[in-house]
Ligand binder design. Structure first.
Ligand code: ASP
Length: 304
C-alpha cells in the first residue's frame, strides 16, 4: 500500500488573532475527519471533496457559509476539483444559493461533457441536479455583513493589494490515496466587495488548483488577480519535477511575488506523498496528517 497524504488550507492573509483559534480548529477538523477514511481506502478525489465540504460548512472560512459579499451585497461562489489520474476536472464560478459548490464542481466533472460552468447556466445546473438551494441568509454570517457594511462606501478600500490581500479565507485540499492517485480541490467566496461576476484564480485550472499523478497536486490561495497570471498551482506542480515538495512550494510563491508582485500561499503533495507549503502573506492556516497519522494544524506566520 502507498503512503496516503492529506493537507488542507483555510486561506493565506493577515488572519486576525481573535480568529486564529477558529481557523486552526476548522482545518484540524477537516483532516481529522477525512484522513482516517483516506487511510481506510477512500479515493483521493472523494477525500478532497469531503475535506472541502467540511470547510465550506464552517462559517470561519470564505467558502460556502461565511463567504464574503460582493459589491452588490450578494454571495457568489467559485470552486474546482481535479483528478490527477485522468486530468479530469470540474469547476463552477459565480454561483449563488449553494452551500457546497465543490460538490457542484464534481457534478460538472462527472455528469456533463464539460469542465467549467458559470453564472446562470451553472445555477440552472444546480437545480437540475437537485442541489439544495439555500436562502442567502443561510450562507451569510454576521461577521461578513458587518465587514460589508464597513467597507461598502469606503473609498479607500481596495481588493487590489499593494501589501496584503484583503480578508480572504479560501479553502483547499490536496490528497494522495493508497493507489498513488492525487487530487486537488479549492472553494471560495472570493474577495470582499468584488464586482458582481468577478472570478478569481480559485476555479481556474492551473491557477487555483492542479493535479497530475505524474508530477503532483496543489491548491492555492491569496490574491486571485495575481495568482491567475502565473498559474500558481501548475507552476508549483511543474517545479515538483525537479525539486523537493517544500522547495517547490517556496519557489512557486517566490515567483508569484517576483513576477507579478503577488501575495498568496500554496499547499501541495508530490508523487511520493510528501507535503509542501509556503506563503508570502503574513499568515496561512493549514493542517495535514503526519506520517503517524497525527493531525498537525496551525497558523503559520511568515514574512511578507
Ligand atoms: N484566491 C481567492 C480569490 O481571489 C481568494 C483567496 O484565496 O482567499 O478569489
Amino acid at each position: 500500500m502507498n503512503k496516503v497524504s492529506l493537507i488542507v488550507h483555510g486561506g493565506a492573509w493577515n488572519i486576525p488573532e481573535e480568529l486564529e483559534a477558529d481557523h486552526v480548529k476548522g482545518v484540524h477538523q477537516a483532516v481529522a475527519e477525512v484522513f482516517p477514511r483516506l487511510r481506510d481506502s477512500l479515493p483521493a478525489l472523494d477525500a478532497v471533496e469531503a475535506a472541502v465540504r467540511i470547510l465550506e460548512d464552517d462559517p470561519t472560512f470564505d467558502a460556502g457559509r461565511g463567504s464574503r459579499l460582493n459589491a452588490r451585497g450578494e454571495i457568489e461562489l467559485d470552486a474546482i476539483i481535479m483528478d490527477g489520474a485522468s486530468l479530469n476536472l470540474g469547476a463552477v464560478a459565480a454561483i449563488q444559493s449553494v452551500l457546497r459548490p465543490i460538490t457542484v464542481a464534481r457534478m460538472v466533472m462527472e455528469r456533463t461533457e464539460h469542465c467549467f460552468l458559470v453564472g446562470t447556466g451553472a445555477q440552472a445546473f444546480t437545480r437540475e441536479m437537485d442541489v439544495p438551494q439555500q436562502e442567502a441568509s443561510e450562507l451569510l454570517t454576521p461577521r461578513e455583513l458587518a465587514l460589508y457594511q464597513e467597507i461598502q462606501n469606503d473609498p479607500s478600500f481596495t481588493t487590489r493589494q499593494p501589501f496584503e490581500p484583503s480578508p480572504t479565507g479560501t479553502v483547499g485540499a490536496v490528497a494522495m490515496d493508497q493507489w498513488g492517485n492525487l487530487a486537488a480541490a479549492t472553494s471560495t467566496g472570493g474577495t470582499p466587495r468584488k464586482l458582481p461576476g468577478r472570478v478569481g484564480d480559485s476555479p481556474l485550472v492551473g491557477a487555483g488548483a492542479y493535479a497530475d499523478n505524474a508530477c503532483g497536486a496543489a491548491s492555492a490561495t491569496g490574491w486571485g488577480e495575481a495568482i491567475m497570471k502565473v498559474l500558481l498551482s501548475k507552476t508549483a506542480c511543474d517545479l515538483l519535477k525537479d525539486h523537493p515538495a517544500m522547495v517547490a512550494a517556496q519557489m512557486a510563491v517566490d515567483f508569484l511575488r517576483r513576477r507579478v508582485q503577488g501575495l498568496g500561499g500554496i499547499i501541495l503533495i508530490n508523487p511520493l506523498g510528501n507535503y509542501g507549503f509556503a506563503h508570502n502573506t503574513t499568515k496561512m492556516a493549514f493542517a495535514y496528517a503526519d506520517s503517524s497519522g497525527q493531525v498537525v494544524a496551525r497558523i503559520h506566520a511568515g514574512q511578507v
